[in-house]
Design a protein around this ligand. Structure first.
Ligand code: ATP
Length: 228
């Protein structure tokens, strides 16, 4: 995929496949093209050249169908503060035209997303950022998404919440979800990712399996690209 804004190439010739069971972490400085990549898969913008596909579905051909297969968890998940986590899940689920969830079903989705049972019926206004994110993930799961896209999911999370998110993503990928996340968090990318990709000025300049890289090596590799 290539995305051009006038003279400016936000993304050039990106060729990336994130398979079921993978957690792919996109790294790169601000403006490298990470958000552009996510936006192309989500159909928020159209590629200048090339195509984005979600589980085989060309996004441009049928954006509604593609969006049915993908779920997006933004940096700050927008929820209704006066409603509980469960009510937010119910609301967004119904809004998407799906059958109402039973209490048992909403408990199951929220549990899968890592939300503690005691928090499910409390107003979201009192939730931490990590808890809101869990509701966002539960909404994605209830929708039956095959791919999960996250933008800067660990920014502003405390280490425990961040670790829980890593575990949740690993678990979901283990169940066949394809996960693509943009992040500045090298430590978490190594912890939760199966692969990392380093973007620079609209190019994916390096792709590595996290198994073959230590934390220090990943940082060194990243810095070498950023300085080079
Ligand atoms: P960040 O970490 O800040 O989110 P990023 O890697 O996600 O950075 P992008 O938001 O994808 O970067 O931006 C890639 C490039 O495209 C940047 O140079 C940005 O200024 C440019 N860009 C993005 N959207 C537009 C737009 N609507 N019009 C013009 N240029 C844009």
């Amino acid at each position: 995929m290539t995305k051009r804004y006038g003279e400016h190439l936000a993304l050039e010739g990106l060729d990336l496949t994130v398979g079921a069971g993978e957690v792919f972490c996109l790294l790169g400085a601000n403006g490298a093209g990470k958000t552009t990549t996510l936006n192309l898969f989500l159909g928020f913008i159209e590629p200048t050249a090339g195509e984005a596909r979600v589980a085989g579905q060309d996004v441009r051909q049928d954006v509604a169908r593609a969006r049915g297969l993908i779920a997006y968890v933004p940096e700050l998940v927008m929820l209704y503060p006066r409603l509980s986590g469960r009510e937010n899940l119910d609301y967004f689920n119904t809004l998407a035209g799906r059958p109402a969830l039973s209490r048992q079903e909403s408990t199951a989705w929220l549990t899968q997303a890592g939300l503690a049972p005691g928090a499910m019926d409390r107003p979201v206004g009192g939730y931490s950022k990590g808890m809101r994110q869990k509701v966002g993930i539960a909404i994605a799961l209830a929708k039956g998404a095959r791919a999960l896209l996250l933008d800067e999911p660990t920014s502003g999370l405390d280490p425990l919440a961040s670790n829980e998110l890593s575990e949740t993503l690993r678990r979901l990928s283990g169940e066949g979800m394809a996960v693509l996340m943009a992040t500045h968090d090298l430590f978490r990318a190594k912890e939760s990712g199966t692969r990392v990709g380093i973007m620079k000025a609209g190019h994916l300049v390096e792709t590595r399996s996290t198994q073959e890289l230590g934390h220090a090596e990943l940082e060194q590799l990243y810095l070498t690209h950023m300085r080079g």
